[in-house]
Design a protein around this ligand. Structure first.
Ligand SMILES: Cc1cc2nc3c(=O)[nH]c(=O)nc-3n(C[C@H](O)[C@H](O)[C@H](O)COP(=O)(O)OP(=O)(O)OC[C@H]3O[C@@H](n4cnc5c(N)ncnc54)[C@H](O)[C@@H]3O)c2cc1C
Length: 811
């Protein structure tokens, strides 16, 4: 066994084997995999091993396409062929028009990744699958790439290829401890000796938190028991003459695929069970949980209606095994929060289908620091402190119960809520707020007219449309107030804070005390990594001269990680998170100044406190930091208040607002207004797949300012010419917004992809942002939008269609 290597991958299921193989593909062959037992002896060996191309976003579709391509290549390898039933085809069923609309969106989204799904009616579903009835069936989505693979052969093939180019695999070698050296490299302690390495990867399946504990972290992953059975041969299958397609059924909570001449049928029962929360028997190896068919009886009744043949056929094997779920259902693939040189590929609940792609994206991140797609949807840093074991278990149960039911727009399921609140949450609740969830925070979405107001789950504009319109109208005419909780805030002190930030941002960073600037952080490839405001607070009785770095609520761990990673040991810079200590109250609208003046001392005139100013003050007697920043396009103030004083500040603002028509507004109103202003959202529109020029942010780039992270790459990219351009579109439809991922077409070819969309209540425009090919970026260019299967006219318009001169927010 080696005593030193570059990377130690812990765990020899599909996650570990795929990572090891792809590390070698990225050029690193001095890499090692250690497995406590035999390869695939965790969950992988007993997987149903279905491999689909269907995904909820383009990153997932892209990584699944990679799996399929790789598995096809492995299956065709004459040296070590493996069993892969590729292209049996699969149907996701639906019994509501809303589900069908969702499928049409996912088909439009996948087309942008070169993947074609078909939308079928009920008759066509039944024609393609000989065993199903049309009972309660409206139609489905057809994935022609669907199939299944032999999991053990797949892992052996990947490990074999990795070994062939120098990687080593140590079986029966349990990792017992992990020690991090002072230089952030690792020592992996195993039962057979220690291995020093630069980087460790946790790929330990349901034992993820045993290995997590060895490095002092808890991962938001919980296991569920999951069952399928295998039937005796079915004559109709033999008679069909070809393999029957796979089925995934959100109506009756089951899936099935052909296994020999019978079926494999798996279930997602409501009375489901978590597994291993209180520890896992060390001898649970190549093992299963006891059969528990009782648990699936309630589901079985409907499954029999869908596939009557199952009532007549015998069951010869039951498989009940642990399957991992994360707190939001998507895997955790990337850097481990709070650790250096440590990565994970965990929480895979469809790991056979996805594993090839996840290992590919993880290896790219490890070797190059970034992957070819923006990987935020699978980034382990996407949730911060609240993601504990109890909450994860609740969300895992909820997700399991809804396995094939995708989330609708604005759908936030109830388990584990509220997780993160402020002193205002119960107050807003009592005032009728409907909440949306942002990184666990309950954030006001809009104010309901009555407690029993529940808009329908739909991709169309819902019943809250007019309520949001009214919130926007009052804000534009008078003044509105909302709470923005969870906003990421890092206090940066030290003599070198400005030179540090200068290096981090691609544009000019304001150093003037009392001023706020907006800037962008790039990665080493010149692509957008982050967006933040930089507010320069002068020294006062509240602290020394300091910068408040502010960014999106979800970026709490991500941004701290990025900033601390780039701190130099000789730099006098200190970073302190204030995210959980303060909350923002946003006061916006033409009468905002009057309200602020009525509850504070000081001069708030446009001359004394112009747009992009920052000042410490008191709201009534509540200490606050006020910034002249607007995300709505109206005159607006961000009022940052310590949580202990939040209610006091709220009362003072509400009272002062009475005379000025102050009303509440929520996140939906903000979304509508920011679309009208050309303002972008991190990880919706601001992605690592585009540079700042492509994102339309040239005014925030200063190439002549000296070196900054990503500069050399950006200059090179600029010389090579733009590949995409972010544009604003108006869409010729009134019934629905489009959605991120939808494809823009020209003469039958995809020419762009939507990133954000909403109705602009002040402009009366149905708006979207999209990245398009350069030939389609000029104002007035007309394209066709595939919006839920309908081909709708869309036109490129000038960004910021509301108040294009920005005079209102500067007033
Ligand atoms: C019944 C069932 C049906 C499924 N059907 C499908 C399906 O149809 N399609 C699909 O895509 N997915 C399916 N899945 C999910 C899929 O099987 C898993 O996502 C996948 O196998 C997880 O692989 P993994 O490598 O993450 O974990 P595992 O396969 O559990 O591998 C983890 C490995 O880490 C090792 N390990 C743990 N601790 C240590 C340590 N301390 N030192 C060294 N090694 C260690 C373990 O021994 C194990 O081999 C199914 C799962 C179940 C339970």
């Amino acid at each position: 066994m080696k005593s030193r290597t570059k990377v130690v991958v812990i765990g020899g299921g599909i996650a570990g084997c795929s990572t090891l193989y792809h590390l070698t593909q990225e050029g690193w062959s001095d890499v090692v995999l250690v497995e406590r037992n035999e390869l695939t002896s965790g969950t992988t060996w007993h997987s149903a091993a279905q491999v689909t191309n269907f995904g909820m976003n383009q990153t997932m579709v892209g990584l699944k396409s990679h799996s399929i391509k790789l598995y096809q290549e492995l299956a065709a390898d004459p040296d070590y062929p493996i069993n892969y039933h590729h292209g049996d085809g699969g149907i996701r069923l639906a019994n509501t028009e809303a589900q069908m609309q969702g499928y049409r969106h996912f088909a439009s989204m996948a087309r942008g990744m070169g993947v074609e799904f078909e939308i079928l009616d009920a008759a066509e579903c039944a024609r393609r699958h000989p065993l199903i009835t049309k009972d309660r069936l409206l139609g489905g989505l057809w994935d022609g790439q669907d199939g299944d693979i032999d999991p053990a052969q797949l892992c052996q093939a990947l490990a074999r290829r990795a070994r062939n180019v120098g990687a080593e695999v140590y079986r029966n070698t349990p990792v017992t401890a992990l020690t991090q050296h002072k230089d952030d490299t690792w020592r992996v302690h195993t039962e057979h000796g220690d291995i020093d390495c630069d980087i460790v990867v946790n790929a330990c399946g349901y034992r993820v938190n045993e290995v997590g504990a060895m490095m002092g972290v808890h991962h938001p992953v919980a296991s569920m028991e999951h069952q399928y059975f295998l039937t005796e041969p079915i004559k109709a299958i033999t008679d069909f003459g070809k393999r029957v397609p796979l089925l995934r059924c959100p109506i009756d909570d089951f899936y099935s695929r052909q296994e020999k001449q019978g079926l494999l049928v798996g279930f997602y029962e409501q009375g489901c069970k978590t597994w291993g929360l209180d520890g896992i028997d060390p001898n649970f190896v190549n093992a299963l949980c006891p059969d528990d068919l009782e648990r699936i009886l309630p589901v079985l009744e409907n499954v029999f209606k869908r596939m009557p043949v199952l009532q007549e056929v015998g069951i010869h094997t039951v498989v009940n095994g642990p399957i991992t779920y994360t707190i939001d259902g998507a895997p955790l693939v990337g850097p481990i929060p709070g650790k250096r040189n440590a990565f994970c590929i965990i929480g895979l609940r469809a790991g056979l289908g996805e594993g090839g792609g996840h290992g590919w994206l993880l290896a790219q991140q490890i070797v190059h620091g970034e992957a070819c797609y923006d990987t935020w949807v699978i980034d382990p840093r996407r949730f911060s402190g609240h993601a504990n074991v109890e909450l994860t278990a609740l969300k895992a149960i909820e997700d399991y119960q809804n396995e094939f039911r995708f989330h609708f727009p604005h759908e936030h399921r109830p388990a584990g809520r509220p997780a993160k609140t402020t002193p205002l949450t119960p107050i807003l609740d009592a005032l009728g707020a409907e909440f949306t969830v942002v990184n666990g925070w309950e954030r006001m979405d809009y104010v309901k007219p009555s407690p029993d107001f529940h808009p329908s789950l739909s991709f169309n504009f819902d019943e809250a449309f007019e309520l949001v319109a009214a919130e926007v109208r009052n804000l534009a005419e008078n003044v509105g107030l909302t709470e923005v909780n969870g906003f990421n805030r890092i206090e940066i002190t030290g003599a070198d804070r400005h030179s540090f930030l200068d290096r981090m941002f691609c544009g000019a960073v304001s150093k003037r005390e009392g001023r706020v600037g907006l800037g962008y952080l790039l990665n080493d490839y010149g692509m957008i990594k982050g967006e933040a405001t930089v507010a320069n607070l002068p020294a006062s009785d509240r602290g020394p001269a300091r910068v408040w770095y502010g960014s999106a609520a979800a970026s709490e761990f991500h941004d701290m990680d990025w900033l601390t990673k780039h701190l130099r040991p000789d730099e006098d810079v200190q970073l302190r998170s204030l995210t959980n200590d303060y909350t923002i109250l946003v006061l916006a609208g033409p009468k905002a100044r009057a309200v602020l003046s009525a509850c504070t001392r000081g001069n708030w005139s446009a001359v004394a406190f112009p747009w992009l100013s920052v000042r410490e003050c008191f709201i009534g007697y509540a200490p606050a930091v006020v910034m002249g920043i607007s995300f709505s396009g109206e005159l607006a103030y961000e009022i940052h208040v310590p949580n202990a004083s939040l209610y006091a500040a709220w009362l003072a603002l509400r009272k002062a607002g009475e005379a000025h028509g102050l009303k509440l507004f929520g996140a939906r109103a903000v979304e509508s207004m920011r679309m009208e202003k050309g303002f972008l959202h991190w990880k919706a529109d601001l992605l690592t797949e585009f540079d700042p020029f492509e994102t339309g942010l040239a005014r925030f780039v200063k190439l002549d300012k000296g070196d900054f992270i990503g500069k050399a790459a950006l200059v090179k990219r600029q010389a090579e010419g733009q590949r995409r351009q972010l544009v604003t579109l108006k869409i010729a439809a009134r019934h629905a917004p489009t959605r991120g991922g939808a494809s823009l077409m020209h003469e039958g070819a995809v020419v762009g992809t939507v990133t954000s969309a909403d109705w602009g209540h002040r402009t009366g425009l149905n708006l979207a942002y999209a990245y398009v090919q350069p030939a389609f970026c000029n104002i007035g260019t007309k394209v066709i939008l595939d919006m839920y299967g309908d081909l709708i006219a869309a036109e490129v318009i000038t960004p910021s269609p509301y108040d294009p001169s920005f005079s209102r927010m500067r007033s």
